[in-house]
Structures are given as C-alpha cells and as structure tokens.
Design a protein around this ligand. Sequence first.
Ligand code: PHE
Length: 352
Amino acid sequence: LEAELSARVVAAATPADLEAVRVAALGKSGSISDLLKTLGQMSPDERRERGPQINGLRDRISSAIAEKKAALEAAELEAKLAAERVDLTLPAPPRRKGRVHPTMQVMDEMVAIFADMGFGLAEGPDIEDDFHNFTALNFPPKHPAREMHDTFWLPEDENGERKVLRTHTSPVQIRVMQKLNEKLPTWIANGQEPPIRVIVPGRVYRSDSDATHTPMFHQLEGLVIGRDIHMGHLKWTLDTFTKRFFETDNVVTRFRPHHFPFTEPSAEMDVQCDRSGGAVKIGEGSDWLEILGGGMVHPNVLKNCGLDPKQWQGFAFGLGVDRLGMLKYGMPDLRDMFAADVRWLEHYGFSA
Ligand code: PHE
C-alpha cells in the first residue's frame, strides 16, 4: 500500500490530483483510515505491533503529501510570475485624460482678470434663506418680484421657514456688507479704510430651461463699497473686464436702464456682436447681447446691512458665466453645457 500511495503522490501533477490522493488515503473512508479502524478489533499484542506500523505509514504519507503540495504551489507561482511578466517593449495603452469643463475654465479666466484689478474672493451657501436672497436685497415682502426669479423653494423646516436654492449670487453681497459693518470700527481705528472689492463666483438656480437658460447656471457677482463710488467706476470696471475677457479692444458695450430692487440706478450691459451667422462674432455687426446686470447699491440695502448710505456708496454687478463662455467659445445651446455628453466635453473642454 505504501509503495502504491507514494507513487500516486509523486505522479500528482496538479493540486487537484494531490487532493484526490489525500482523500483516497486519509479521508474518512480512505485506505489508511480503514487500517486505523482495524486497530480496535485487535488483541493488545497485535495492536502493539501493528499500531506503530500503521501510524508510521500515515505520518509518512501525510508528510509526502505536504511536501508535494508545497512543490506544486511553488511551481504554480513560478508559472504565474512568468505569464504576468511586463513586456517593457510594448507600446503604452492609450490613456483617456480628463478635461477642464468650459464653465470652470471661463470662471478661472474671469477670476484672474478681476484679481488683477484688485478684487478679492467671497463665497456663500447655495441653500439660502429668504432674508439674504430677497428681503435684505430690498425685495418687498410677498411682492411678485420674488416670483420673477422662478425660485426653487425648499420644504418648510421645523421653524416654519422655507429656504431657497439661491436664485442669484447677490445674497453674498449682504453677507459681505454685514461683515464689513462688523469690522469697520476696527478698520477705521487702524487707518484701513475701504473701498472693499470682492467678486463672488458660484452656482445659482432657477426653474427655467431653453437654449439660453438652464435650471442651474453660474454667476459672478461683483461688489465695491467705498466713500465716493459712482456709476463711472462701474462702467470702467465692466468695460475693462469685457475687453480683457474677449481679448480685444474692439468690444463695444452699452448700458441700458433697467430695474433691480437692490440697485438704483440699475442697468443691463449689452455687447455689440454679429449674430447673422451661426456663431456670434464679438466686435462687429449690429446686434446686441445682454451679458450682465448691475447698478449702484440701493440705500435700503446698505441700511439693511447696518451701513449709513450718507457715508458709504457702492456698485454691484452680476455676470452670467456660462453665457459669457458660450459667447467666447461659440457654443450654440446652453443646455449642452450640463448634459455631460463626453463627445461635447472632449470637443469644448480645455486641456488641464
Ligand atoms: N442679481 C441680478 C440677477 O441675477 C444681477 C445683478 C447683480 C444686478 C448685482 C444688479 C447688481 O439678475
């Protein structure tokens, strides 16, 4: 029996073969196990003689199997390593690279231009309360102007308050002016007088969708507060920005009177362009395209933030980031911006 089992162990070519031998010899009804069971019926003398023989057989076969198992595993690992060896002479597989989304690219360009002009950066929450989004910005209570923005209202919370997805970046004006009011006494005591200049890039939300509107879009707010700020400063700032953004001095802009509850006077700014072809051309033609709203911060808004309108004035503006991107890079439909179509993103996206 020992010779037969040893031969089978030696011949086993795979772990499965070896396992079969182990079961045949040492399994519940294996040949060695059967022999061990016969010990019970033997006379003590017989058992004294056969016991060590059978146990010795079991031990030798067990260790032969264990040795063979280790050898088979080593061979298997060897084969696997050989098969997986990296061939450094093969060409590298193509790598799909991510790209910068046009909106983020445009946002970065805008931030860089304003940073050059001395503007700092401020941010606020996407989920706003009614006070910052409307009331403090001089929207009369229950006035239809609140609906003008196609507001997304959130469900009432436990205090009976309904938050909104901010409809514009203007609520951050309030947050900035409140903080300014807090810090003014120290600043003035230290001889650090405003003007303060901030821009606020961010997402805004309105329930609206067509070729030039999406329910989520991006604005860049600007706010300057100082002792004798006037419309001329606003116009220069925006003209300078527009020329740098479109990378040409040929940009023609115009201010059109408009109404916003939080600025007085208010204006919208258009850029002259040619829309007769498919793509919009800046700096030629006789069409006008609205790119922003702005004006002088309304005295009521200053008061709502604790600032005295007799001492402080300011201007504010809000630019449509995505819309400016469409204009600069010639995209026909705003909705494509957020459709997450990889082909579109690969076409219009920017190399990182
Ligand atoms: N918040 C206005 C809008 O979303 C734009 C604006 C900003 C107008 C600042 C005036 C001053 O339409």
